[in-house]
Design a protein around this ligand. Structure first.
Ligand SMILES: *Cc1c(COP(=O)(O)O)cnc(C)c1O
Length: 476
């Protein structure tokens, strides 16, 4: 397909009319002023529309097909959320407007904080962080400052399981912590004995995901929280997998002190293509005074932004977070009510269903009941000539988005599958059949499988080249 520059045919799409020449001298340094023509494409309005429509038609999206993507919950985002977020009072409100002028928005944020407190069991919540990783950073900054104020600056180490998402060590490291890895045992869970060996007075915290990225519930979590607290350390909960447990349990009951949620995963706000997201952070009572300012409060009469937080780590984002995402998540929570619990149950049931159907044909390294996701290994197929990458590409020809591959790192040729609660049995069966069929094709004719994708607008790309030397500028 041609770029819009190549399609340019000299037609003026818009007519601005005569304008007076504007003198820029004095405002903009001379060397920054453009000398020649700007070189924008010229097409009629209709041609521009057709160009972008054709481009968007080539996109894959949840409205077109199934997304069995693990770790990043890709559930359906109800369209009513979009409608509500686009209401004029929400969409056009300026973040610098006064509290008096913003009561509706502040009330919504306050109520969302309250709902998230209830769902996580935490005592206070900030809505500021713009993503899960940003929430991790915020949480680790809170933990760091907590120990500083306490005078325990010796606590410089953070323990992270080898199954963790890469953002966990990255966030802790950005706060200046030293990362100590703890191994998983044969059940795919944190090895308690290994953990005990790593503990000393310099450990600030452990960061855990539960269920973890293998989709397995950490059964020893209560013992872990006890030994961490006995050691004077804190527990951070990566809530990316919250879709497995909503309403059934919560991180407070498991003994965690700081939690982030990914509203764009669990709470159904769109995040294909990277955002915008929201990663609210909840904390227990003793960490309340460290939250980023402002938090939204209610004095019985009006809602207001409270900047007066004793040991606040400061601001982590401009204004109050991605407000449009907060509106969508709040709408979703209100709409679902107690059915959030049912959503988790269905997500877990769907994952177990697919796992049981695929496990004989694909290797299942941790053969345990799973939560909302599970991880296969494509090792057998790899030996037969097609790696996990090839399987992922082949799925695209069945109009299925590839699952997450090569993560978590502790599983060779990992294929991570999370169907979510949104899909019907028919969709799940279709996916199962596609996966079984691919395994069969690999046995019979691996070369043919390696030619995929054949039905997509763009065929197989050189991923190394694309990552190392991305060429994103059009040159005529
Ligand atoms: C997605 C994810 C994150 C990071 O969240 P973002 O919102 O993408 O920044 C962290 N941990 C796990 C387990 C995740 O799946």
């Amino acid at each position: 397909m041609k770029t819009i520059f190549e399609k340019s045919n000299g037609v003026d799409g818009v007519c601005i009319g005569e304008t007076e020449e504007i003198k820029f001298e004095g405002f903009i340094p001379k060397e920054l002023l453009r000398e020649g023509n700007i070189g924008l494409p010229q097409l009629s309005e209709l041609e521009v529309l057709r160009h972008y429509k054709a481009l968007s038609d080539r996109n894959f999206c949840i409205e077109k097909g199934f997304y069995p993507l693990g770790s990043c919950t890709m559930k359906y985002n109800p369209k009513v959320n979009e409608l509500l977020a686009s209401l004029e009072g929400f969409a056009n409100l300026h973040p610098l407007q006064s509290d008096e002028d913003s009561q509706g928005a502040l009330e919504l944020m306050y109520n969302l904080q309250e709902k998230l407190k209830y769902i996580t069991g935490m005592d206070a919540v900030t809505l500021q962080p713009a993503a899960g990783a940003h929430g991790e950073l915020t949480g680790m900054m809170i933990i760091k400052k907590y120990f500083e104020v306490k005078g325990e600056t010796n606590r410089t180490k953070v323990i992270i399981p080898d199954s963790a998402h890469g953002t966990n060590p990255a966030s802790a490291k950005m706060c200046g912590f030293e990362i100590v890895e703890v191994k998983s045992n044969e059940k795919g869970q944190v090895d308690l004995e290994e953990l005990k060996k790593l503990l000393d007075e310099n450990v600030a915290a452990i960061m855990m995901t539960n269920p973890n990225t293998l989709g397995i519930f950490e059964e020893k979590v209560l013992e872990i929280s006890k030994i961490m607290h006995d050691n004077g350390s804190l527990l951070y909960y990566d809530g990316a997998n919250f879709n497995a447990i909503m309403g059934w349990t919560n991180p407070a009951l498991m003994g965690f002190d700081v939690v982030h949620l990914n509203l764009h995963k669990t709470f159904a706000t769109p995040h294909g293509g990277g955002g915008p997201g929201a990663g609210p952070v909840g904390v227990v009572e003793k960490l309340k005074d460290f939250l980023p300012a402002p938090v939204i409060e209610f004095d019985g009469k009006k809602y207001y932004r409270n900047y007066d937080i004793k040991h606040s780590i400061g601001k982590v984002r401009s204004f109050y977070g991605n407000f449009g995402v907060l509106v969508r998540a709040y709408a979703y929570i209100l709409m679902m009510g107690n059915n959030l619990k049912l959503a988790s149950a269905d997500a877990v049931l769907n994952a177990n269903y697919i796992k049981e159907k695929l496990k004989g044909v694909y290797e299942l390294p941790y053969d345990e009941p799973c939560m909302h996701e599970f991880v296969l290994s494509g090792e057998r197929q790899h030996e037969e000539g097609v790696s996990t990458l090839g399987i992922a590409k082949r799925l695209m020809d069945d109009n299925i988005h590839p699952p997450t591959v090569y993560f978590p790192l502790i599983v060779h040729e990992a294929i991570m599958i999370e169907p979510t609660e949104s899909e019907s049995k028919e969709v799940l069966d279709n996916f199962i059949n596609a996966m079984l069929n691919i395994a069969k094709e690999i046995k019979e004719n691996p070369e043919e499988v390696l030619k995929s994708p054949q039905k997509t607008p763009v065929r197989r790309v050189d991923e190394t080249l694309a990552a190392r030397h991305p060429d994103l500028t059009f040159k005529s």
